[in-house]
Design a binder for this molecule. Sequence first.
Ligand code: C2E
Ligand code: MG
Ligand code: MG
Ligand code: MG
Length: 288
Amino acid sequence: HAKKCGKNGYYWFESQMEDELQFRNSLETGIREGLAAGEFLPYYEQQIDLESGELTGFEMLARWHSPRLGLVSPEVFIPVAESIGVIAELSEQLIERALEDARDWDPSLTLSVNISPLQFNDPWFPQRLLKLLVKANFPPQRFEIEITESCLHENVPLVRSMIVSLRNQGIKVNLDDFGTGYSSFAQLRSLPFDRIKIDRSFVGEIGREGGTAQIVNAIISLGQGLGMPITAEGIEDDAILANLRALGQLKGQGYIYGRPETIEEVRERLKGLGRLAAPAGPRHGANA
Ligand code: C2E
Ligand code: MG
Ligand code: MG
Ligand code: MG
């Protein structure tokens, strides 16, 4: 390949670009078709109270079962869905499914969903969300959204009024992946989040040298000062879990509790825990 650095390199580069463009085009078409065909499915990750070890709810994570590409990660299709303007439609389709899935969960369990910063550009977003909740007969108090720090680069007063309006309806608003972005303490103080989720890049390093435990500790203190409880994401093993439990009263999630699951697996799990509210009835029809 060393020889291709000259004139040939240009052609190689061009054909590589063509490949990428083609892949990108097929992604875009695939996403549009997949939306119409219902190929996007909610998976669920357990959220645990680390103190008691009890399940408190699930975070919904989007998965795409593409007939052409196989199982596609949200890290791949979410940015594309954002750029072609279908992220709100995709998100609402998934939320609708998840709310239906959650109908027979024990009423103590919460449902948390990730929301793209772009969805915050729609002033009717809180209304649209509430409409979905009402339609599914799901209490807003059991519903949480997660937004990442990139939201904070946008118009902060607008983001603030959005959060306030969601919270006024009983919906909880959590800050996801905290520590990876550039949010200032001033922004954090002016935005009334219900909870802060520490990014897994800090959690995963907590046993090792290099002061990560101090960073996690500092975030926990920050949360205490602001009245925001903390969730640690990305707990992979017992050592990390033990370290976290020594640091404070936290919620947590991660592979130590298993990989994100399908609704069938969730139902099995809940049945085992005695936390299915009612036998799974007809998926459609009257809400009893
Ligand atoms: P996130 O919200 O921070 O979700 C956590 C991600 O970490 C998930 O990846 C999860 O499967 C993974 N994870 C959980 N526990 C562990 C662990 O112990 N170790 C490691 N290494 N990873 C762990 P996933 O499902 O691939 O999702 C990636 C990101 O895609 C999410 O990050 C979220 O930002 C975004 N996403 C997922 N679903 C949606 C959605 O419906 N809408 C939007 N806007 N974004 C979504
Ligand atoms: Mg999340
Ligand atoms: Mg996260
Ligand atoms: Mg993340």
